[in-house]
Design a protein around this ligand. Structure first.
Ligand code: IMP
Ligand code: MG
Length: 184
């Protein structure tokens, strides 16, 4: 059965996402245009991959990509609050890099506040953050991303990289999942 039947409603359409990606790419181009460091888009696996792929094509400055994998969530919809690094960033020239962390969504803020501090401690030349989605009402730590696609209400969303139990990541839109899907 089509995954669209599991959606309460589509929250952000493919067209709206494309507009936001272009806008963020333009912001990134403007911000880093005079930097002499290497611009590294650091995608947080796995949720950021769709956003990352679209964003890197729209940025006109030369970019490199890298990935980290962290876990703060179990398989369901609740955070455990603890951030574990599962795949670390191994490059040795961090002081010569402008790191732009690319995330799918910010919820409690714990993942990105931890990671930005971690990357600064490792000696990155600069660290900024871009997220497609932000749920500011859910924040548990003080954290403000530098580039945001959409601020959204407190609902569990999937699609465009975001999953529920590994499903729905390939949907081209962001939808609100029917609560009965994750409460059964
Ligand atoms: P934070 O550390 O609480 O900000 O967690 C952010 C991470 O939680 C994201 O990278 C997602 O993996 C996951 N997450 C938070 N909200 C949602 C959601 O609505 N749908 C899918 N994943 C989510
Ligand atoms: Mg994630």
């Amino acid at each position: 059965m089509s995954q669209i039947n599991d959606m309460e409603r589509i929250l952000i359409s493919e067209e709206q996402i494309a507009e936001a990606v272009s806008r963020i790419a333009a912001e990134v181009d403007e911000y880093y245009k005079n930097s002499e460091r290497r611009l590294v888009l650091l995608g947080i696996l796995k949720g950021s991959v769709v956003f990352m792929g679209d964003l890197m094509k729209k940025i006109t400055l030369p970019v490199e990509i890298d990935f980290m994998k962290v876990s703060s969530y179990g398989s369901g919809t609740k955070t455990t609050g603890k951030v574990n690094i599962i795949l670390d960033l191994l490059r040795k020239d961090l002081e010569n890099c402008d790191i732009l962390v690319v995330e799918d969504i910010i919820d409690s803020g714990k993942t990105l506040s931890y990671l930005t501090e971690y990357l600064k401690l490792k000696g990155a030349g600069s660290v900024r953050t871009a997220t497609l989605l932000d749920k500011p009402d859910r924040r548990e730590v003080n954290f403000t991303p530098d580039h945001v696609g959409f601020s959204i209400p407190d609902a569990f969303v999937v699609g465009y990289g975001l999953d529920y139990a590994e499903a729905y990541r390939a949907l081209p839109y962001v939808g609100i999942l029917k609560p009965e899907i994750y409460s059964k």
